[in-house]
Design a protein around this ligand. Structure first.
Ligand SMILES: [Zn+2]
Length: 450
């Protein structure tokens, strides 16, 4: 662990812009507002609401949130530098950004000479002017201008001098942060680290740098963390890693990695427990099935199947868990299969209020209490504050798996399902911690928005 709480990593969420470029991801304007409010409650620092110059919905979003109160996050509009041969004040894209009116704007410019000559078909010098002119123009209209250096790492690999000149053009014009983008998502961690060190030798000392990584070679999170290790304090990404092609760097992994593993300040510490709910909230609105094995927040992230594992976890959770699942709002699960051992069965029984005798396997009582559970298993958990759930106050650590919500009589002595059990169809599949309908068998049909 890097023990340095003095550094704060700013989280820049682009779920509402880059995330919507992922296949199958679409948000209505009202969905975008709700997600923005949820992200603000989580404590991210920037929320990129969209590209007002690209579609009317995004422009409406910025109008809609103008009167909304955001406690932590700064709403950001996204766009491109001016077009070649056009003055900034006459560029339709830049005018749309100004019309959108948020306090922060992010524009991307070309870093890769190949893109300059082949994609936007202009000269290398004109591209530098486009970057400088656009940043300078936007500074007159926004409190903060962030510059995204598109394809920076690919550009640097082909023509490092030119890629660096594009950064210096944005820096000279006054950009508040220079964000290095792995737009094609094909760079590896060691390349990211080496190139950032080269950048730091060229820009002014103290110039804020950022990272925007895509996940095409499964290194989006790793590349972002390498950048943080190199001193980058601004990290862009999306909730659940939604984004174009294979997605963006996943903030749901980056945030706990930065805070728990690297010991750096980021979002407010208590809010870390909201991470699983935020992940589910966004997947629900995106109409995307939650990722079962998603690190930190997935249902399987702290699920134990092998008998040896469960036996050890009962004694010391850290034997097979890298951290306390409750830190990110998740919970431990124990699975029963042909791989299970005695410990799995004992745990599972206790989870459903059945106290099994360790020696005989017989049911000694169907109303096991938390205290008797502790006594029977001898668990000495460093992480689990409530080793087994009492029925009146279920612990996240012992919450049953999706699809099986026990009531006090979930499984009778005869093994039949109780009539008081809650049908799966009535459960809120979005949240396991907040939705009242997920705990009331007679309540209204659950809604996803808890
Ligand atoms: Zn991107």
């Amino acid at each position: 662990m890097i023990a340095s709480m003095s550094r704060e990593i700013k989280i820049y969420d682009t779920t509402l812009r880059d995330g919507t470029q992922g296949e199958g991801v679409a948000f209505s304007m009202e969905d975008k507002v709700r997600i923005a409010q949820r992200l603000d409650a989580l404590g991210v620092h920037y929320i990129e609401g969209g590209w007002p110059g690209s579609n009317p919905k995004d422009l409406r979003f910025f109008k809609r949130v103008q009167d909304a109160v955001f406690k932590t996050a700064r709403i950001t509009a996204f766009g491109a530098t001016r077009r070649p041969g056009v003055r900034p004040q006459e560029d339709a894209n830049l005018k749309a950004l100004v019309e959108a009116g948020p306090p922060v704007v992010t524009i991307f410019g070309k870093s890769w000479d190949f893109h300059v000559t082949s994609a936007i078909s202009t000269t290398l010098e004109e591209n530098l002017a486009m970057i400088g002119d656009s940043v300078a123009y936007l500074l007159k209209h926004f409190e903060e201008v962030i510059y995204d250096a598109e394809h920076f790492f690919d550009g640097f690999k082909r023509n490092p001098d030119y890629a660096l000149r594009t950064l210096l053009a944005a820096e000279a014009a006054g950009a508040h942060c220079l964000v290095l983008c792995d737009t094609n998502g094909g760079s590896l961690p060691h390349e990211i680290g080496g190139i950032i060190r080269e950048v730091k030798r060229v820009v002014k000392p103290g110039t804020p740098l950022g990272i925007h990584a895509h996940n095409d070679v499964e290194c989006g999170v790793a590349n972002s963390l390498v950048a943080v290790g190199e001193g980058v304090n601004h990290v862009q990404g999306t909730i659940n890693g939604y984004g174009e092609r294979c997605g963006n760097a996943n903030l749901v992994s980056i945030i706990p990695n930065v805070m728990v593993k690297m010991g750096l300040a980021c979002i407010p510490r208590p809010n870390l427990r909201e991470l699983r709910d935020v992940s589910r909230f966004v997947s629900e609105l995106a109409n995307r099935k939650p990722w079962q094995s998603q690190p930190y927040v997935g249902d399987s992230a702290f699920a134990h199947k092998g008998g040896i594992h469960v036996s050890a976890v009962l004694k010391h959770p850290e034997t097979y868990e890298h951290m306390d699942p409750e830190l990110v709002g998740n919970h431990r699960r124990v699975l029963v299969s042909e791989l299970a051992g005695q410990s799995n069965i004992l745990w599972k029984g206790r989870e459903y209020g059945i106290d099994l005798d360790k020696t005989t396997g017989r049911t000694s009582t169907s109303t096991a209490t938390a205290s008797s559970s502790r006594r029977t298993t001898g668990t000495r958990s460093r992480w689990r504050r409530r080793p087994f759930a009492s029925r009146s106050s279920p612990s996240p650590s012992t919450r049953p798996p999706p699809g099986t919500v026990p009531s006090t009589r979930w499984i009778t002595r005869s093994g039949r399902r109780s009539r008081n059990s809650i049908p799966t169809s009535r459960r809120c599949r979005f949240s396991t911690t907040r939705c009242a309908s997920s705990t009331s068998p007679r309540g209204p049909a659950p809604r996803h928005a808890c």
